[in-house]
Design a protein around this ligand. Structure first.
Ligand SMILES: NC(=O)c1ccc[n+]([C@@H]2O[C@H](COP(=O)([O-])OP(=O)(O)OC[C@H]3O[C@@H](n4cnc5c(N)ncnc54)[C@H](OP(=O)(O)O)[C@@H]3O)[C@@H](O)[C@H]2O)c1
Length: 380
């Protein structure tokens, strides 16, 4: 623990029951490692959409203000009564932010497993990763292959395992092709590469032609633009060709899930010899696995009765899969970290940069090619 002081800096987000959000960098106690724990000097941690949810409390960014409190920068915002009510579970708790990250192990507990990680570059998932030093159990760490940097390993849990989890879920449900929305995301590009390698037809839905170009350059066959006049026709044609009756929708809100179900039913109806007012016998499944579109989900139910829409989340999927299967998936991620599972970052910022209003406007965009990496070891 020689390089460690008793406290270190951590980014925290607080929703006050009185109706304000406060984001600040605070000195927190550095937890000395127990027998099976290690202390990681965090060097890289991505800002993913799920991190933004905790960080910004689902607020519109035009409401944010930057201020100084006792010489320390802080971001504040007023919270409307309806959003405040939805955030009751986190009222008056200062919450650490950052789901995953990577860095060097600089201290370790007494156990053999912990000592084996000393000096290694590891990735970790444990929450509260936007901090200088994070103490984690060895089971929450993944030792990166020799030569892999913290930047390359920063996002090696959530998006890689989620994209693999989609393919696993598809197979468990007896399907052989799938549909994905917001498909040029970091995660979407991983999914496209997995599907290419594993010979699985994938229909990518994007909303801009340039996103289609990104996907075609990595080998995509099917790309449908949801804003094109021909979208309904293109999607139905792609479903007819691939047999994709399971979809993963990152947008969550609006009519996209509905449009997918309509196109699935149109493709399935081609095989019907007689009309049924209950629709086709083909089961159609859409999983809402993200909330990029905040408006309510609109389902018009004009696709018979054999359909379902549900949520999908990585953690329960991993729990259901069992330790052996998860270990295999993790190993694939490690082996293909700089190819299939490579993430792209637009900028690398320090903890205090997170509190700059101009920077906040950029990293909260959630648009293609705008992912930021937090490096708490940069000057704060
Ligand atoms: N359920 C889970 O367990 C789980 C796990 C991991 C990730 N996720 C979800 O996976 C998604 C992708 O994550 P990521 O880190 O790969 O994202 P990312 O790289 O930051 O990319 C976000 C993508 O979403 C698109 N987008 C943003 N708002 C949109 C909207 N309203 N409608 C349509 N497209 C929109 C952007 O396209 P533009 O350029 O058009 O803005 C961009 O391509 C997120 O929704 C995240 O929450 C869920």
């Amino acid at each position: 623990m020689n390089e460690l002081s008793e406290t270190n800096l951590q980014l925290r987000s607080l929703v006050k029951s009185s109706g304000q959000l406060e984001i600040s960098v605070q000195a927190v106690l550095t937890q000395p490692p127990k027998a099976d724990e290690v202390v990681i000097r965090i060097q890289a941690s991505p800002i993913n959409p799920s991190d933004l949810g905790i960080l910004l409390g689902s607020l519109e960014i035009d409401n944010f203000r930057q201020s100084d409190v006792a010489g320390q920068p802080q971001i504040t915002a007023d919270i409307s009564p309806s959003i405040l009510a939805a955030l009751t579970g986190r009222h008056d708790q200062s919450m650490p932010v950052g789901n995953e990250g990577a860095g060097e192990v600089i201290a370790a507990g007494d156990s053999e497993a912990a000592q084996a990680l000393l000096g290694k570059t590891v990735a970790g998932m444990g929450g509260g990763m936007y901090c200088q030093y994070r103490t984690l159990n060895v089971s929450q760490c993944l030792v990166l292959n020799e030569g892999t940097t913290a930047r390359q390993g920063a996002a090696c849990f959530i998006n890689p395992l989620t994209s693999l989890g989609m393919v696993e879920t598809m197979k468990i449900q007896g399907q052989a092709a799938l549909i994905h929305t917001a498909a040029a995301s970091n995660l979407g590009q991983m999914l496209q590469k997995i599907c290419l390698a594993d010979g699985i037809p994938l229909i990518n839905i994007v909303r801009k032609p340039e996103q289609g170009k990104i996907l075609r350059e990595i080998g995509a066959t099917y790309v449908c633009n949801s804003r094109a006049d021909s979208f309904a026709f293109d999607l139905k044609k792609a479903i007819s060709e691939t047999g994709a009756y399971i979809a993963f929708d990152a947008t969550g809100g609006g009519e996209l899930a509905n449009d997918i179900l309509v196109a699935m039913e149109a493709a399935a109806s081609e095989h019907m010899k007689t009309y049924s007012r209950y629709g086709s016998n083909q089961h159609k499944q859409v999983y809402l696995y993200g909330g990029l579109q905040r408006s309510p989900t609109i389902l018009k139910r004009n696709y018979g009765m054999q359909w379902s829409v549900g949520g999908w989340l990585l953690t329960p999927f991993l729990q259901r899969s069992g330790a052996d299967r998860v270990a295999q998936l993790r190993q694939r991620v490690l082996d293909e970290l700089t190819t299939t599972f490579a993430s792209n970052y637009n900028r690398e910022i320090s903890l205090s940069d997170i509190l700059s209003l101009d920077t906040l406007k950029e990293y909260s965009q959630q648009s293609t090619g705008h992912k930021f990496l937090v490096n708490p070891s940069l000057g704060n």
